[in-house]
Design a protein. Sequence first.
Length: 234
Amino acid sequence: MDVQTEMIEVPPSGGMTCFIARPTGAARAPGILVIQEAFGLNGHIQDVARRIAAEGYVALAPDLYWRAGQRRTVGYDQIGEAIALMQGVSDKDIVADVGSAIGYLERQPFVRSDRIGITGFCMGGRVSYLAACELPEKIKASAPFYGGGIPIDKTPKLRAPVLAFFGEKDAFIPLDSVEQLKDELARTGKQAEVIVYPGADHGFFCDERASYQAEAARDAWERLKRFFAAHLQG
């Protein structure tokens, strides 16, 4: 499917830069937010948005570091700088910015405003879960990838189905915390599936990182496509 892309600014956050990718043509499509890693709205996240758009969605990737000034992306070898950027944003601002991004999608004539999902990686995995809990009437499906520090305590607020991905060898996310997430999702009766890939590390989906694991990434991509098709395309 042919895709068109551009960088835009989304109000009312105050000029939040976003990368948008969507199928060409006039047909309305479901929307999916693609949330950045700790490293910012970089080429990898834009590539994921393009791939999602090619499957028939309007993909919008907001720059959650837009308040930070000029340098808002860092390399994968700049962990310290990435952590500093990540720690510079609050959950309150993140939820507000995700809400602004959703509001933008809802106003577009080419978006099915009642069919909006979210996915994200690393920091974006946590944001994908947080936003689904805090904006339950807006987000219809959430697919976090290796989100550290997922706010498990907010799970009772969740309405959207969840498909969560983790790596067995992720040094940033203990398997105990993954089990706690599974237990809370089950206890509260949520529609959810949690996938843990044997031998996979943090960042296994990103082919620009040394931790990339092709087999896990391929499987996760196929599962992601089926998940969004079931909950957003029907």
